[in-house]
Design a protein around this ligand. Structure first.
Ligand SMILES: Cc1cc2nc3c(=O)[nH]c(=O)nc-3n(C[C@H](O)[C@H](O)[C@H](O)COP(=O)(O)OP(=O)(O)OC[C@H]3O[C@@H](n4cnc5c(N)ncnc54)[C@H](O)[C@@H]3O)c2cc1C
Length: 415
């Protein structure tokens, strides 16, 4: 039997004082500010500006917070903060962190100078908040990113890119100050012929299309973004023209030789954000589990608390176990990403898959434990279960996560 003297490397499970402090700081905000507001903003289905302002006042909606936690050594800062925020409420949580997805899009593909220029403009400052939106999906290109039609054409005379197309389901789409847009620069190359662009605040030709009315996360704004001949300066191409030209040349060479190579702009963003999205799902699941546990201890039927029925207690046991399992996968994937380790087994996708499905199952079981009360808006698990469903859909559906995992572990061209 071979032995590896270093053992399986992994994150420490002892949270240090910084992580404990972060957790209780975000938790207190979630308990005191987000939770009391959750039902109202879900009902209103509007962006919860006053709550996001409160978050900004304490430094929870800011470039500083985002940067400190993103560059923090263990990689656990972001998942810890996400879990607590979304434990508070997922719709408001997404209103607070939706900008971070757009910022991740700039970080994944942009130069340091571009990160410094655009990311601060996405957050603004208390009293003058700004938003960012990441626009990749299109009406005919959701899971199939290669079917994207939005075109970016370079105008050499003016050193401008001209963007034309329609994006859909964009979180903060149309109300954001800075939009990060993926577009096709070379249609022959499918996903490898795509690039990301920043559309600066106030750019002519960008407008909001339909705003969607949703099943869950209703405090988060989701809308179409129409790009009607939007002209952006050359410096808005993330990564720069030289890097794009080199990447396209490599992809064309690969296409001729029948191999892959050259990378993809949307995928680079999603790889970074999947564990964080998984952590959001863990937060929703934990919130619903806690409500169900309390309820099962106090609700009496047949002369005893319902938790004394094995059928109910086993449901709680399964819920607790799947939350712990999901959190471990999320933390490990976040740690691996921070250490620059390759996801050899698609660990990022595994974490998002397990956490998303845990959120749906746990919130459904929580409703079951609350009986009729679980089905009403008098109790929060009904909202939590509506919110949980998006975690098997956005940032790659559960089927797409399975596809990525299956391809990674098998090396086979599974479709
Ligand atoms: C609330 C919300 C917020 C969003 N925010 C953003 C955002 O900020 N930015 C952004 O760019 N996008 C965003 N999205 C879009 C989201 O990422 C897509 O909805 C998602 O990727 C799925 O694409 P689709 O809806 O087109 O589904 P489709 O791709 O049409 O899939 C439909 C069904 O077919 C299955 N399917 C498709 N292909 C395969 C396959 N090869 N094998 C097996 N099953 C398959 C899917 O799993 C799914 O069950 C958001 C969506 C929502 C609803």
């Amino acid at each position: 039997m071979s032995s590896d003297p270093t053992g399986p490397a992994g994150p420490s499970f002892d949270l240090g004082p910084d992580h404990l402090e972060l957790r209780s700081w975000v938790h207190d905000f979630a308990a005191e500010v987000i939770r009391p507001a959750a039902a109202e903003w879900d009902e209103r289905e509007e962006f919860p500006w006053p709550v996001v302002e409160e978050a900004a006042k304490i430094g929870l909606y800011s470039l500083d917070f985002f940067a400190t936690q993103s560059f923090e050594e263990s990689g656990l800062g972001i998942p810890i903060a996400m879990e607590e925020l979304f434990w508070g409420d997922a719709g408001i949580g997404l209103a607070i962190v939706g900008t971070a997805l757009a910022a991740a899009g700039v970080r994944a593909n942009g130069t340091d100078e571009q990160v410094m220029e655009w990311v601060p403009q996405m957050f603004g400052s208390p009293g003058d908040l700004k938003l960012g939106a990441f626009c990749s999906s299109e009406p005919d290109a959701g899971s199939d990113v290669g079917a994207m039609r939005t075109r970016a054409v370079y105008d050499e005379a003016t050193d401008e890119w001209v963007l034309k197309g329609t994006k859909t389901w964009a979180t903060n789409g149309g109300i954001a100050d800075v939009h990060v847009v993926t577009a096709v620069v070379d249609p022959e190359l499918r996903t490898r012929g795509q690039a990301s662009f920043v559309v600066p605040p106030g750019t002519q030709g960008l407008s909001q299309g339909q705003k969607f009315s949703k099943h869950g996360i209703r405090a988060s704004h989701t809308a179409e973004v129409v790009l009607d001949g939007v002209r952006v300066p050359g410096r808005c191409l993330l990564g720069g023209k030289e890097k794009l030209d080199a990447r396209l040349a490599k992809a064309r060479e690969g296409a001729r030789a029948g191999t892959t190579g050259g990378g993809n702009a949307s995928m680079a963003t999603f790889e970074r954000t999947r564990p964080a999205v998984g952590a959001q799902a863990v937060g929703i699941a934990r919130a619903a589990y806690e409500v169900a546990l309390d309820y099962a201890r106090t609700r009496e039927q047949f002369g005893k608390p319902i938790i004394e029925n094995q059928a109910v207690a086993f449901m709680l046991a399964d819920m607790a176990t799947s939350i712990e399992a999901a959190r471990l996968l999320v933390w490990r994937a976040a740690w691996m990403a921070r250490q620059g380790k390759r996801f050899e087994k698609a660990e990022g996708s595994m974490s998002k898959l397990v956490a998303g499905e845990a959120a749906v199952n746990v919130t459904t079981q929580a409703m079951q434990i609350l009986g009729g009360n679980g089905f009403t808006r008098e109790y929060p698990v009904e909202r939590m279960s509506r919110d949980a469903k998006i975690y098997t859909i956005f940032e790659g559906t559960s089927e797409i996560q399975r596809l990525v995992i299956a391809r990674t572990i098998s090396g086979a061209p599974i479709r």
